[in-house]
Ligand binder design. Structure first.
Ligand code: HEC
Length: 113
């Protein structure tokens, strides 16, 4: 009985662990939801700015970046004149947001090419 109990606990831990890893893979979330506009490796496209060496990402807090991702950037909030369209609000949960923000921070810390 004790063995079975330990097995169940280990199994639950395992599921919990893999679940979190999957939900919090910033690079995978970026590929799925952001790459189409922001480009592979955050290099930017004609649609949206690059993240490599991005001063806004380097100089902003995680909270500020999270708010930008959740709210998007449209109308008066839009900052870049060279991109015709704004950014639509992104629907991510808190784990996904913090994972993707860490990923953006790591991209931004690399110098732009
Ligand atoms: C439909 C295209 C599109 C998608 C999809 C998109 N973005 Fe954007 N994003 C933009 C555009 C356009 C801007 C620039 C808006 C402006 O002029 O300020 C932007 C700006 C940003 C900024 C601010 C950058 C800066 O230099 O000020 C962040 C942060 C950002 N996006 C994160 C994300 C993340 C994270 C995702 C995926 C979860 C994502 N975006 C998906 C189009 C997109």
């Amino acid at each position: 009985m004790k063995k079975l109990f330990t097995g169940v606990i280990l199994f639950a831990l395992f599921i919990g662990f893999t679940g979190t890893t999957l939900a919090a893979d910033g690079s995978a979330i970026f590929k799925a939801k952001c790459l189409a506009c922001h480009g592979p490796d955050g290099k930017g496209t004609v649609m949206a700015p690059a993240f490599k060496g991005n001063a806004y990402i380097n100089d902003s807090t995680a909270e500020e970046i999270t708010a930008t991702i959740k709210d998007g950037r449209n109308g008066a909030a839009k900052k870049y004149k060279n991109f015709a369209l704004g950014m639509p609000p992104q629907h991510l949960n808190d784990d996904e947001l913090s994972a993707v923000v860490s990923y953006l921070k790591s991209l931004a810390s690399e110098s732009a090419e």
